[in-house]
Write a protein that binds this ligand. Structure first.
Ligand SMILES: Cc1cc2nc3c(=O)[nH]c(=O)nc-3n(C[C@H](O)[C@H](O)[C@H](O)COP(=O)(O)OP(=O)(O)OC[C@H]3O[C@@H](n4cnc5c(N)ncnc54)[C@H](O)[C@@H]3O)c2cc1C
Length: 383
């Protein structure tokens, strides 16, 4: 399914496919690593060395190619969800700097992240501020030569292994985005968490953590807009990762139904099994079109890009969950045995419906955008 015809992915991306296939063969082990921190360090370094993360060091934020991001996530997720999140976090943690950081900050953080020399993290979520980003309580107070940060972030990917954190904090009436080095005084990484599938994640706590003013992104009041613009840009890529997981589950399931025999015949010759395969393939194709359509619109800075990104993330992650579940079902009992590929995919696909905006939040964004369009249509009609 990885190479199913895709009219939104033109021949310029053939070289990318070759680069990613060669990388996967050389650097992604067949057996997933049990130590997510160690594996992430290794993936970030090898993605940098293979120049796969080089695309993140674009000349400016507008030049970042969303189609490349999506195709890279799709293929990496097909082979390893952990490798995909290693790639994704380098992007999520460096994009706000590319978008709103000084050229010095870009040189210090974006370049090294793109070369795999520094691990990036993006810290928004707090114990009392998940879907409601505007509820964040981490406080940045102006000091003579910078800011003093106090507060706690939770569920932060790469917590404890990242070299830098793009942190969103409250400052007076506004939100501030700033880059905090892992070595800064007053930053700690308590509460490492074990989630459903291997993933480096935990809390980031700030106790009188001093950050120089030069580490601030944007004008010091537009942190919320920076966070939203970053999530907007990367949302369709979560759909792309879901697509890669679904394609892998599909391929595993089809191969299994050709080998497994019951009632004297191959599973793939049974009508209900064939119907399931057809449903899975159709969901994957629909997800593919929504994801790449959103990427093309993002590249064109089309006003419809936000709506398209949420639609793509919502559908692709929900569809991937269904496809992976069907793949487990087609495997029978062997599909839930620890160590089987579809059992691993079943655990890996679940978080995608939660992070970077849950499915319910995507629905809220979709409805808001559609109703806004309708309102303007009504206004126009009334004018
Ligand atoms: C594997 C993983 C990695 C993550 N990595 C990061 C990271 O690197 N950086 C970071 O900042 N965060 C990260 N997160 C956190 C993630 O962004 C949040 O978990 C997510 O935004 C949801 O917030 P919450 O968990 O607090 O759930 P809540 O906001 O408490 O939501 C709970 C439920 O209520 C629903 N809900 C909430 N509000 C509404 C509403 N208005 N209408 C309808 N339903 C609603 C939600 O959809 C959900 O079903 C990660 C999470 C996971 C699981």
């Amino acid at each position: 399914m990885l190479h199913s015809p895709n009219p939104l992915l033109d021949e310029r991306y053939a070289a990318l496919d070759k680069q990613l296939s060669e990388y996967a063969a050389a650097s992604i082990p067949a057996e997933p690593d049990d130590d997510p921190e160690e594996a992430t360090r290794r993936f970030v370094a090898s993605l940098g060395a293979a120049r796969i993360t080089a695309c993140l060091d674009a000349t400016d934020a507008d030049a970042l190619d969303s189609v490349t991001l999506c195709r890279t996530r799709e293929l990496l997720a097909y082979y390893s969800a952990l490798c995909d999140t290693g790639f994704a976090m380098q992007g999520l943690g460096s994009y706000p700097i590319l978008l709103s950081g000084s050229s010095t900050l870009c040189k210090t953080y974006v370049g090294p992240a793109a070369r795999g020399e520094k691990i990036a993290a993006f810290a928004v979520t707090e114990p009392e501020a998940g879907s409601d980003v505007s509820a964040i309580q981490t406080l940045a107070v102006r000091d003579s030569d910078g800011y003093v940060i106090n507060g706690r972030k939770t569920l932060i990917s790469n917590a404890g292994i990242a070299d830098f954190y793009v942190v969103f904090a409250r400052h007076e009436e506004a939100f501030l985005a700033l880059v905090v080095d892992a070595e800064a005084d007053g930053i700690r990484f308590p509460n490492p968490m074990e989630v459903i599938a291997p993933h480096p994640i935990g809390d980031v706590a700030f106790a009188n953590c001093r950050v120089p003013a030069a580490q601030v992104l944007g004008d010091g009041t537009d942190g919320f807009a920076i966070a939203m613009a970053t999530l907007d840009r990367f949302r369709a890529t979560v759909g792309a990762a879901a697509l890669g997981l679904a394609e892998r589950a599909f391929d595993e399931a089809v191969a299994h139904t050709k080998i497994r025999r019951q009632f004297g015949k191959q599973l793939c010759n049974m009508p209900t099994v064939r119907a399931t395969i057809a449903e899975m393939a159709t969901e994957i194709e629909a997800a593919r079109m929504l994801v790449y359509r959103a990427a093309v619109l993002a590249n064109a800075a089309d006003p419809a890009a936000t709506l398209a990104a949420s639609t793509a993330k919502l559908f692709a992650t929900e569809a991937a969950q269904r496809v992976v579940d069907q793949a487990v079902q087609l495997h029978g009992g062997s599909g839930v045995v620890r160590g089987s590929v579809v059992e691993r995919l079943y655990r890996e696909v679940r978080p995608l419906r939660l992070y970077e905006g849950t499915s319910e939040i995507q629905k809220a964004i979709i409805a808001k955008n559609i109703l806004k369009e309708k309102e303007s249509e009504t206004t126009d009609a009334g004018a």
